[in-house]
Ligand binder design. Structure first.
Ligand code: GLU
Length: 510
């Protein structure tokens, strides 16, 4: 295989959609697998759609996922600049080459004339586009005389350069995901290559840059498949056929119900994030929620995205980034759209949280604690995380579901109280508190259990009668992590005072 150089080429028109992150990820995996180069190129030739902050967002998204570009804006590289607005002057030369070769032409039509043409063709039942069939009825350098062309150009009126698509030709390309793709040229229109402001459109800039940057493989979303035949034509017209990259168009991400493409609106409708992290619209101030703030770990997000459209060939689902680099292959990218199943994303998050070192998870908890004005030692935060990590989907749930590690319960689960808070259990707990009071060793899960068992034996009571009441007294809840370990984390004095508080509060309630 030739030297692999792939690019992720987003336009900074807003926050990077999670589908864009997947495209970037597949490019990264492919590059790393082949000891190639992953490039970030910013396609910002459409100044009208430029959104401040979007490029920074894109870069941060790649960093958050752990897939930074080897080359590109910021990283730099041999083919700099990597921002198309800084390469403006490079494209005209190629537009001229196409004009000189008879593969492109000037077009002078006004927007009213273009609308008229579309309406007329529509009324006639024809394809309403500027193409091989309609171009001779329009104002361009193919239909006008040399004198008229000169007059138009000299008048200073705006004009564009359009590609001259062939009338009757089959354009073929081999797509690494979709196989043989054939499109008849009558389906194509004479796309604008150079706009009236002298800037290239996406098509020209994209092809020229892929060529100049020696891109070996174009891996991008399926929404660009309709543009691919035109790109193939441009390679051909510019004499770059030999250097044409291979194409791989990735399946779309679909809504969870399989209906329609995943979009910003799907996020609002289904109530899940569709961006890697929060994005605040600079104009409206509206905030679109992101995976990061919702509590998804980058590793879990990457693993989830990798499997949206690629299947490893066996049942394995958990892949670190390094494992993905080893296993990924374009052969096993499916053609069919991939359903975005947020439940699966949650499942991945759970798996990664379980495996996360307590010390790393503790960082999240310590942040939530400090936001709530609570101090904790690193050691205690780690203990709490160790106990809770099997039970949560998101790091923030540790604080939200287990505040009792830091604060006595303010209320007790009513249903549990009704079912489990009995007089004999309450008496036994008070007695247990006395036992603990007398003991002078540091409370461990083991000693707590031994002492409780001993007491219950003396009273001829079963653990089953007392444990739910004890849990209720300590946590206010009916469920939670191992109770004896919970006591160890709470410490002896806290256990005693919580038992006393519960006995008092719940007796007063009756
Ligand atoms: N600028 C295009 C985008 O916004 C790039 C498409 C491509 O990769 O060719 O996605």
């Amino acid at each position: 295989m030739k030297t692999v150089r792939v690019r992720f080429a987003p336009s900074p028109t807003g926050p990077l959609h999670i589908g864009g992150v997947r495209t970037a990820l597949y490019n990264y995996l492919f590059a790393k697998q082949h000891q190639g180069t992953f490039i970030l190129r910013i396609e910002d030739t459409d100044q009208t759609r430029f959104v401040p902050g979007a490029e920074e967002y894109i870069r941060e998204a790649l960093n958050w996922c752990g897939i930074p570009p080897d080359e590109g804006v910021v990283a730099g590289g041999e083919y700099a600049p990597y921002r198309q607005s800084e390469r403006k002057d490079m494209y005209q030369k190629y537009a001229q080459q196409l004009l000189d070769g008879g593969f492109a032409y000037y077009a002078f039509d006004t927007s009213d004339e273009l609308n008229e043409m579309r309406e007329r063709l529509q009324a006639e039942g024809e394809n309403p586009q500027y193409d091989a069939a309609s171009r001779m009825s329009m104002k361009n350098s193919l239909s006008l005389s040399a004198a008229e062309i000169k007059e138009h150009i000299n008048s200073g009126a705006p004009y564009v350069v359009r590609v001259k698509t062939p009338q009757d030709e089959e354009i073929r390309l081999n797509d690494l995901v979709r196989g043989d793709v054939r499109v008849h040229s009558s389906m194509l229109d004479d796309k604008v290559l150079l706009k009236s402001d002298g800037l290239p459109t996406y098509h020209l800039a994209n092809v020229v840059d892929d060529y100049l940057m020696k891109i070996s493989h174009v891996i991008r979303g399926e929404e660009w498949l309709p543009s691919a035949p035109l790109h193939v034509l441009l390679y051909h017209y510019l004499g770059w056929e030999e250097d044409m990259p291979e194409f791989a168009h990735l399946p779309l991400l679909m809504n969870p119900d399989g209906k329609g493409k995943l979009s910003k609106r799907s996020g609002d409708r289904f109530g899940f994030p569709v961006y890697p992290f929060d994005w605040k619209n600079p104009q409206s101030g509206e905030v679109s929620p992101g995976f990061r703030e919702a509590g998804y770990l980058p590793e879990a997000t990457v693993n989830f995205l990798a499997l949206l459209g690629w299947h490893p060939g066996d049942d394995e689902e958990l892949f670190s980034l390094e494992e993905l680099v080893k296993s990924f292959s374009l052969d096993r990218v499916s053609k069919a759209g991939a359903k975005f199943d947020i439940e699966k994303a949650k499942w991945f998050n759970q798996q990664y949280i379980k495996e996360m070192p307590d010390s790393a998870l503790a960082e999240y908890l310590l942040k939530d604690l400090s936001d709530n004005g609570i101090e904790s030692s690193q050691e205690k935060a780690e203990q709490v995380c160790g106990l809770m990590k099997e039970r949560v989907t998101f790091p923030q749930e540790i604080w939200s579901t287990a505040q009792y590690f830091y604060q006595p319960p303010e209320q007790y689960d009513e249903k549990m109280v009704r079912k489990k808070w009995k007089a004999d259990a309450s008496d036994a707990l008070l007695a247990y508190a006395e036992v603990l009071e007398k003991s002078d060793e540091v409370l461990s899960a083991e000693s707590a259990k031994q002492q409780l068992q001993q007491l219950l034996e003396d009273r001829q009571m079963g653990l089953g009668k007392v444990m739910p009441a004890l849990r209720l007294a300590l946590t206010g809840q009916g469920g939670g992590p191992d109770l004896m370990s919970t006591m160890e984390v709470l410490s002896r004095q806290e256990v005693i005072s919580r038992i006393q508080l519960a006995v008092k509060t719940l007796a007063a309630d009756k």
